[in-house]
Design a protein around this ligand. Sequence first.
Ligand SMILES: [Zn+2]
Length: 422
Amino acid sequence: MLTNKEFWIGLDDTDSPEGMCTTWLGARLIRDLRAIGYQIHEARLIRLNPTIPYRTRGNAAIAIRAFGDPDIAFAHACSLVNRYADMRCEKTHPGVVVADEQLPSDFYFKAVTSVCTIPEAEELLSKNARAWKGFKLGRGLIGAAAAIASVLPDFTWEYLAYRDESRWKTPRQVNPESLFISEEVTTPYTWDTIDRSQNSVVCVPHSSDPVLYGIRGDSPFAVVHSVSCIRSEPYPWGQIWLTNQGTDAHLLWGKIGSLKEWASYRVIGTVLQQPITGIGGHVSLVIGDEGGELTCMAFEPTKRFRQEVRSLIPGDHIIAVGSFLNGTLNLEKFCLCSIERDEYKIAPYCKACQKQMTSAGVGKGYKCRKCGAKSVSPEIVTREREILTGWHEVPPSARRHLARPLIREKEEHWEDSFQNIT
Ligand SMILES: [Zn+2]
């Protein structure tokens, strides 16, 4: 007997580095369910903890809120996973979950900021879910459950265009010029389509999955407007996802000395040494507080961001943001809260002769070689700082899916600027 009701269905861990994409499977499921009379009320793309080592690629899970028969939807989702998930990949362990209502939100918060285990997911599901199935190790049950448990105090949207199956694993045809136009038309309401400073395309993946491109933005209208400007190969369908991308949902406030591996933090500290550029162009920065010292890294792929890190000097107060891995914080962005004066000492100038004095010997001050005038103290010269206070972030090509781009800050500043005008 059919039971038509509202329900949630979640999917995770169907992809591999060689292909497939959980969002494609979710979008396919949405299309199939619609075709047999289901109503789709919401389609969520949920990113989970980006630092977990056994994730397959972007650590994305999906959850769909629908109206129709939940058991038929579950059976169909399982058959899609059987048919399309990349089961040969040793890291791919899909999960499908159906629930009559959202699952407890603390499971989502744990999955996005920390690490959940498969037994924890199974325990949650046995108490709260209607049906679930793990394939192979069933690690995808974690993401599928977390996506259904997700709460979105902040959210963004992404339009994903999916390629025709006959074109998978062939080079993507997307007109780059149209992407630049698309960005120009819809910025700041969309982001990460291109990287203007590097003149490069960001929204078209290089992997062999079914995604043609993805447009991220503030609203469904903004992303669709952006898509309307893009010229590309023909593709059968796209899907607008509601997502936790670009919201900093993975960040916790942390204190130096008590950070945990595989979590991502905002940490307040003072720059202790001049940043160092190491082998491969990676830049390291040491900050500290009363709890100790913390090494922060800006790796080579973060490109021009490294120059901003190099511009920091001892004494600067910053909020460092990034993932804590192997004892170092891998920077996603930082806020320069208060700027230290960049001062250095030189020998003073003689007031009479206008000539620079020279050292009169260790601890003896300075002496003018021409008239013999003496001075005890050096002259303090202030170098102009190359960096401004406020936030500095990695370029779009190096950005984490979950990292909130600074372009989104406009919303908070909008009222201020309005007051300045009136
Ligand atoms: Zn002199």
